[in-house]
Design a protein around this ligand. Sequence first.
Ligand code: PEP
Ligand code: MG
Length: 800
Amino acid sequence: MVGIVVVSHSRRLAEGVAELATQMTQGKANIAIAAGVDDPENPIGTDTIAVMEAIERVNDEKGVIVLMDLGSALLSAEMALDLLDDQIKESVTLISAPIVEGTMAASVAAAAGLPLATVVEEAQNALGVKQAHLGDQPSTNAEPAQTAKQDKEALTYDWIVQNPHGLHARPAAAIVGALARFDCQLWLQKGDRQVNAKSLNSIAKLGVRCNETITIHALGSQAVDAIAAFKALAHDHFGEKQAVDDGALEHQSDEVDALQYEVNAQTIEGAITGISVNEGIVTAPVVLFTSDMPPVPDRPFGHKTDEITHVKQAIECVVQRLQRQAKQAKGDIFSAHSMMLSDPELWQSVESHIQSGMIAEQAWLETLHALAEEYRHAETLYMREREADVHDIARQVMIEMTGAKPQAIEIQEPSILLAHDLMPSDVAGLDKEKVLGICLSEGGKTSHSAILARAMGIPAMVKAQGCLDAVRSGQMVTLDGFKGHLWFAPSDEIQQALDAQKIEWQNARKSALASAQQVAMTRDGIAIPVLANIGGPNDLENALTSGAEGVGLFRTEFLFQDSEALPTEDEQYQVYRDIAAALGDKPLTIRSLDVGGDKPLAAYPMPEEDNPFLGLRGVRLCLKHEALFNTQLRAILKAFQVQPNIQLMIPMVAQVEEVKKVKALLAHQAQQLGMDASKLPVGIMIEVPAAVLNADALAQEVDFFSIGTNDLTQYVMAADRGNTAVAELVNYFEPSVLKAIELTCAAGERAGIPVSMCGEMAGDPNATQMLLGIGLRKFSASASLLPGLKAQIRQLSLQA
Ligand code: PEP
Ligand code: MG
């Protein structure tokens, strides 16, 4: 990428210019400053050595441009050239472009992978946009807006711009970033003016405003792809989708606005925005989590056909997994990776290495290293970024071939963890003292990794798209878990405000914790039980110190997921009994095994399903695999014999019939154990729309309901709770979800059975008043949320 050096008398000026450029290119520009002098008394000036060093820092084979403010900055820059190696010197261009506009235009062009000549041209023409806008004489260098060409072979696409501020610099930068990689000519037209669509200045000079029509023209071998890329970008409103949506929502009532999810405008300067998962503000260095390549095993060469089969099977396995993930619409990336793996040339190379006597793993790595190398030296930034994809697929196939375990996350000092996505097991294994915050580029508010982050009390956000590109390892960032912002370049003013808010948050937490052991009584004198959701014995102490009045949901999956073999009846019994005993007379609600969907079971692999969330999940799976289920039922019954504070809860119930079958199995197991099953309270989770609509009949069969809003929301809204693309739909404030909750509470009341809520909504202080209003009287949430939840309830009254 062409490097950019900003030379200025003032360090603060140069830093500001670089900050703007970093913002504009999402941190992709390769930019260095040489500004001010090392004299605290008189810091204004320029330093030749500093200019030389800055050039060396950003130099690569694409060249470097240097922008200067005035006077001696030019002299320092010229002298710096004389000090450089001849080879570097040849690739450096000093340009007369204005320092602010020129740096912006050059950065966008350079970040898009454009060559030196284009970057220089963009910088030189940068002032023209302002001049044209203000009606000044355009500079002599400014590219005149061309008249539309009528090339019949060019492909075209029309679009009405809906961005509130038209195609200003950021959308224009997005267009250049998306189109620069295509090998074709591209023009953007407004009215009778047509400009180069790979040029930031030219696009900005068109001065396109909201509601104006633009046309993209593409001519050349990649015209079809370029039009498709433009179309996709246009539908995303050139990266400002939320700004457009916000504009459209402006007229909605405040009440509705208050219920919107906190998906924020993607355009905050100095921050990446996403969805808030857990509140809190933390500042710490970044740890980027990406996994390492398993080593090539030290083994002799087998038979050629065996070696070939070994790689083929591993590739096949990974392709199938990627295709499944692609089908679940978790992003095009999976289809792209799957296509890469199916490339016949890739396979030819692997095969020829094996023919020459290389073992399968080595042959695979040699091939993929060569491919990665090609990408690394590709012309455009976009293609160079594909090197990471090659690394990813190479690793996945190596894991299959070597049987290596996915890598553990190791963090040495208190940090903010950034990752693409994390498995629940990754999050569960995190050291809370070291992981101060979590920011994922994928995921949703109720995906299981998010739930675990909340349970551990770690400020977190998800769907922070682009976060992995915007920051580097070790960089200091501030995660605002209230708003779902990851600040990588806040202004001093914003950083101060964040620091103040952090202190306020910490104080509020301390005072809520101090009163956590007291009952949560509403202002009109109704005591609302507040219980904890736990994932295992390790969560218990935190739950109790946070004021839990029992356990409303014990997700027993951890017992099954953490071990390679299934837990025995006795192992399960001991865990259930010990947790119940630690709770004294407070209730322990044990949820029977709830796997399937996004919770696979390593120790008990199931056949793949096309739609796992609509497949053999929860009680359905247990009823199909009776031996597995009976072991758990027996362990629960035996624990209940010694701990009468235990109750059983069944997940994913859709029919009365399912409840009857579970009860029949329970009765049978109890009979074998010589006990009476009818004493054990049995409840169900209400998380499937069918259960809501049939709640009256179900209420006749069970002792309690607990509303699982995580699944209920995904099924009511038909939106996968872990799929980033539909994260906005997975919103428990949707009227249809609220209605389902209200119906469930009413059915429970009619039947005289308690109704609690254990989905993530229960812990959301913004939902508490509404839930009390529609009849909910019992809450169960992650331990870290309980003090705040109790404090919130104390402020409310049922009548409000
Ligand atoms: C729910 O669906 O709301 C729930 C509590 O269960 P889980 O999140 O474990 O699926
Ligand atoms: Mg559920």
